[in-house]
Design a protein around this ligand. Structure first.
Ligand SMILES: Nc1ncnc2c1ncn2[C@@H]1O[C@H](COP(=O)(O)OP(=O)(O)OP(=O)(O)O)[C@@H](O)[C@H]1O
Ligand SMILES: O=P(O)(O)OC[C@H]1O[C@H](OP(=O)(O)OP(=O)(O)O)[C@H](O)[C@@H]1O
Ligand SMILES: O=C(O)c1cccnc1
Length: 480
């Protein structure tokens, strides 16, 4: 997309704090912030990172134009020096993120920002909304794709998306998560996601009868003819009329029919009956598409019931992640620099799960060399390394007596540098590559992590040096 001025898309407190930092001599204080999330939507076992490319675009474009400055001046709240600072603003932060398409887990930093606190704080709102939205939809899309067990999922959600960017970036995220294409045309134009689709009921209604409507469509698109068969009666009129038109308009033009779509009623029963009728007519290769408020649970159920569906169109429940519509990523200060030394900071809470992991960190994913499967993630201090040539002892950060030594593993760093002092140093992969990387990485997870009900909790552990820092800070604060 062309540059959009989204500088003012920020929570107002980011601006009041920024002005305050400016006036209190903290403008250049170096701070570290982490974005992480605490719970996987739908109680799933993992989420999928998405939205990094749009985050990069936002950070690259971040400027305040004259209108923004004028507007802020009119609030009579911000000092003139601060407004002049905003006018000349250019990002100078260092930014790291987990690449798009990577499976991610609660409590690990998926984005880390280091920079003057005035900047690093200010970008919170956009970091969170960008990554929260696309990760939510990529995660949901992947659940739906997995429920379909190899059958294609088409994303049909634009019309029910929450706003145009919900539709466009939702289509992008859904594609990363595994959908084969989208009904959203602009998503093909902008991102190259295949734009696909069938027809609406209005096409059938506009003609004097269903047969005429099917005929007109087949004559116009004999090479790509999928007919919507549920406007009047699927088995008594829709499927028989479709078969007639396939014979009379599609075959004589040298093509095979592409499919029929069922959009209401009992999908299992109707698809089974339709399959028999199509097969008997010699159209074993004609695919059956189902749609109508589908999600991973209905798809799983109708397949268990034996539905004869080859591909699914999924809209509202995917594009809004209806069953769990919030990806609760948060952005927390984890360290500051004093005299070039990194001082870890912690946020305490009565709720153990809400205590933050302090310090400037790296995430390591350990893969078993033999099976290729992911064993655990380990959060370390940023300057630590994990030596693959030696056994490594994992331990549960809460129940530290739970220990496991792994050997013969590959250790991969997950946080990759996006910006070096404000300059982008990362080239986003092509969307298709992100999509196939996503599939590959999900294949490294054990089935137990992927199941919908009570998935196995994947280990996100702390290295001993990081655990020591966390423990020391906890002791210090509880002593106070
Ligand atoms: N065999 C099935 N098992 C479980 N759920 C199904 C099955 N067939 C359809 N559904 C789902 O049941 C829900 C309601 O289906 P229903 O046919 O009643 O839809 P509807 O929208 O009321 O129909 P219409 O579009 O004719 O008004 C939809 O979410 C649909 O996907
Ligand atoms: O149910 P969803 O998962 O959101 O899938 C998309 C829905 O959108 C369309 O219906 P709509 O009634 O909007 O238009 P139509 O006239 O083409 O049926 C389509 O027929 C699906 O039912
Ligand atoms: O192409 C389709 O069949 C389609 C597109 C959007 C929404 N529902 C269906």
């Amino acid at each position: 997309m062309d540059r959009m001025n989204l500088a003012m898309l920020t929570d107002f407190y980011e601006l009041t704090m920024a002005n305050g930092y400016f006036q209190n001599g903290l403008k250049d204080k170096i701070a570290y912030f982490d974005m992480f999330f605490r719970k996987v939507p739908d109680n799933g076992g993992f989420a999928i990172m998405a939205g990094v490319e749009q985050l990069i675009q936002y950070l690259k474009d971040l400027r305040f134009d004259d209108e923004d400055i004028e507007y802020l001046r009119s609030k009579n709240l911000f000092s003139e020096e601060f407004l002049q600072y905003l006018k000349a603003f250019r990002l100078s932060c260092d930014v790291w993120a987990v690449p798009e398409g990577t499976p991610i887990f609660p409590n690990e930093p998926v984005v880390t920002v280091r920079g003057p606190v005035i900047e690093a704080q200010f970008i919170e709102t956009m970091i969170l909304l960008t990554i929260n939205h696309q990760s939510l939809i990529a995660t949901k899309s992947n659940r739906i794709v997995r429920a379909a067990q190899g059958r294609d999922i088409m994303e049909f959600g634009s019309r029910r998306a929450q706003g145009y960017d919900g539709a466009i970036y939702g289509a992008r995220a859904a594609y990363i998560g595994g959908c084969v294409g989208t009904a959203c045309t602009i998503a093909e134009k902008e991102f190259g996601i295949p734009a696909i689709g069938t027809m609406a009921h209005s096409w059938i209604q506009i003609f004097s009868n269903e047969l005429e409507a099917f005929r007109a469509y087949a004559r116009t698109y004999p090479d790509n003819c999928t007919l919507l068969v549920d406007t009047y009666n699927v088995l008594k009129s829709g499927v028989p009329n479709a078969i007639k038109v396939f014979n009379e308009e599609v075959l004589p033009r040298g093509f095979r029919p592409t499919g029929i779509r069922i959009d209401s009623g009992d999908i299992t029963y109707l698809s089974k009956e339709a399959r028999k009728m199509l097969d008997e007519a010699g159209f074993q290769d004609c695919r059956i598409v189902a749609s109508n408020s589908l999600d991973e649970f209905i798809i799983r159920d109708i397949l268990i019931q034996g539905a004869q569906v080859d591909l699914f169109g999924v809209g509202e429940r995917l594009i809004t992640s209806k069953s769990d519509p919030v990806f609760g990523g948060v952005y927390k200060l984890v360290a500051v620099e004093e005299n070039d030394e990194i001082i870890p900071k912690i946020k305490l809470s009565e709720n153990v799960e809400k205590i933050t992991n302090p310090g400037f960190k790296q995430i390591w994913r350990l893969f078993d060399k033999k099976s290729g499967k992911a064993i655990a993630d380990v959060l370390t201090k940023n300057d630590e390394t994990i030596d693959e040539s030696k056994p490594y002892e994992l331990f549960d950060p809460e129940y530290t007596w739970k220990r496991k030594t792994v050997s013969s593993f590959i250790a991969k760093r997950l946080l990759i540098r996006l910006f070096d002092k404000g300059t982008c140093v990362y080239a986003s992969p092509k969307l298709k590559e992100i999509k196939s990387y996503c599939k590959e990485q999900i294949d490294t997870l054990w089935d137990a992590v992927k199941r919908f009900e009570n998935p196995h909790k994947y280990y996100v552990d702390l290295s001993k040096p990081l655990w020591d820092i966390r423990e020391r800070l906890l002791q210090e604060y509880s002593a106070k």
